[in-house]
Design a protein. Structure first.
Length: 100
């Protein structure tokens, strides 16, 4: 930053309410809350996903560092009981896993 930009940023007004922010709605029950589990792991730790898929009922996004092909990793996840869905975005490298 240039000193002039820093000075302008220091004097910018702080807003507690943003006109562009979406309005929050009150939650009616616990079922209204979902959380996506996001993780990364190497292939030697892929076995852990079996436990996650068995216990976590919500969507998961995982990144796997592996020398195996994508199809081999997806097959391993299926064999563990994880349900693997195409993300629908047309990206062959993106899939989602969840409990079968």
């Amino acid at each position: 930053y240039y000193p002039q930009q820093q000075q302008q940023q220091q004097h910018a007004p702080f807003e507690l309410v943003s006109r562009e922010a979406p309005q929050c709605q009150p939650l009616t029950n616990d079922q209204d809350i979902t959380v996506t589990l996001v993780t990364q792991l190497s292939h030697d730790r892929l076995w852990m996903m079996e436990h996650h898929c068995q216990r976590y009922p919500h969507p998961m996004a995982i990144a796997v560092y592996s020398n195996n092909t994508q199809q081999e990793v997806l097959q391993e996840l299926r064999e563990m009981g994880c349900h693997v869905d195409d993300d629908g975005g047309g990206n062959d490298n993106s899939r989602t896993a969840r409990r079968a």
